[in-house]
Design a protein around this ligand. Structure first.
Ligand code: ADP
Ligand code: MG
Length: 361
């Protein structure tokens, strides 16, 4: 007898293959498992998997490419996400990865899979957001793909940018003594999400009740309409600064710092009192009975840039319009630590988002 196995291969009698749940590896473990053996064949492929964007060198210029996918029900909920905002955000999160390489984005491609619940009008609104982001960040929409989906919407955007090849910044260049900086406050988008989820639950139970959003404009906007940190990259170029390492904060400050430390072979400490937290985020964290610093370290989707600079460049960032010095790079053996305002030292562990944990529908 032959049985038809789960993965469409025919199995001999009584030999059942074992299937491993993807949750056992987590997102990063799974990527490593699937792509860990990739060997780059072309001399133009300078950096493949493992940074915010891939880097290809052509002459003195590096071309950087990044792609991200957003799935309805996992990354966005249309109950509280206006389609125009969704289009805008889908572009911005990709541009953020290009800026994280210290590069300038120039083109995007947009691929969508849509179920028949989407009208032409709805998709036109979604594209209004895409065009708005293209205008804001001066990028061109140059292609994509359109197909149908059995359920919901899937958006995949690829962003392309460029930079002089010796100015590209990777996650791997931080060294002991470097200063750890961030371009803006963290934790607000996570709290925006908590508010919208709370109001959604109220709305589903009592459809007549108006959501209480007015006092929380800032937090909600941080989630629904994030901006990419173009200003920081422009400032670096104008002031002849090349950060030693950089990453954008999509999964949470702790998780991103761990990427920098692992790839650079260093440790770091963060001073709790220096981490920028918006007063609204602080107030709302307390309302949700959460620790504001926990939200700041582990909440995702802030799209700020976390970067390190050589201590000799400290003077050069003094006049940067939006920058916060939050810590320092140490030896790998020192680990990744939080120096609390109370004078204690704690390990910072990366939690980040784990989309696989979302329920399959
Ligand atoms: P980011 O959060 O900056 O968007 P990710 O954590 O999504 O980056 O991805 C980490 C790295 O793994 C990136 O270099 C990305 O291109 C690569 N990667 C992710 N998924 C895959 C995949 N399925 N196949 C090949 N490379 C992948
Ligand atoms: Mg990134």
């Amino acid at each position: 007898m032959v049985i038809f196995a789960q993965n469409n291969t025919f199995m001999a009698n009584n030999t059942y293959p074992t299937f491993t749940d993807v949750n056992t590896l987590g997102e990063f473990g799974l990527i490593e498992k699937l792509t860990g053996d990739v060997v780059l064949k072309n001399s133009s492929s300078v950096k493949g998997i493992g940074d915010d964007a891939a880097v290809m060198n052509y002459g003195n210029q590096a071309v950087v490419v990044s792609t991200d996918m957003l799935v309805e029900g996992i990354h966005f909920d249309l109950v509280y996400t206006p389609l125009k905002h969704l289009g805008y955000k889908a572009v911005v999160v990709n541009l953020s990865d290009i800026y994280a390489m210290n590069a300038t984005p120039t083109q995007i491609t947009v691929s969508i899979a849509i179920s028949n619940k989407y009208s032409v009008e709805a998709l036109t609104e979604f594209y209004e957001g895409i065009y708005k982001a293209c205008e804001m960040y001066h990028v061109d929409l140059v292609g994509g793909d359109t197909t149908s989906s059995p359920k919901g919407m899937v958006i995949s955007i690829t962003a392309i940018g460029h930079r002089d090849k010796d100015k590209v910044v990777y996650r791997s260049g931080a060294k002991k003594g470097d200063i750890l900086c961030i371009t803006g406050d963290v934790g607000a988008a996570y709290l925006g999400l908590q508010i919208l989820e709370r109001e959604k639950a109220v709305y589903l139970e009592h459809p007549g009740v108006q959501p209480q959003l007015r006092d929380n404009q800032y937090l909600i906007e941080r989630l629904l309409k994030p901006e990419a940190q173009r200003g920081a990259v422009t400032y670096f170029a104008q002031n002849n600064i090349v950060p030693t390492s950089m990453i954008d904060v999509s999964d949470g400050l702790a998780s991103e710092l761990k990427h920098i430390c692992t790839q650079s072979g260093v440790g770091a400490f963060v001073e709790e009192g220096k981490v920028p937290i918006h007063p609204d985020a602080e107030r709302m964290a307390i309302e949700f009975k959460l620790d504001p610093i926990t939200c700041a370290l582990h909440g995702g989707e802030d799209y700020e840039l976390l970067f390190t600079i050589d201590e000799q460049d400290l003077e050069k960032i003094r006049y940067m319009p939006e920058v916060f010095i939050i810590g320092e790079i140490t030896d790998a053996s020192d680990g990744i630590k939080l120096h609390t305002t109370g004078g204690n030292i704690h390990d910072i562990t990366a939690q980040g988002w784990n989309h696989f944990k979302a329920k399959e529908s």
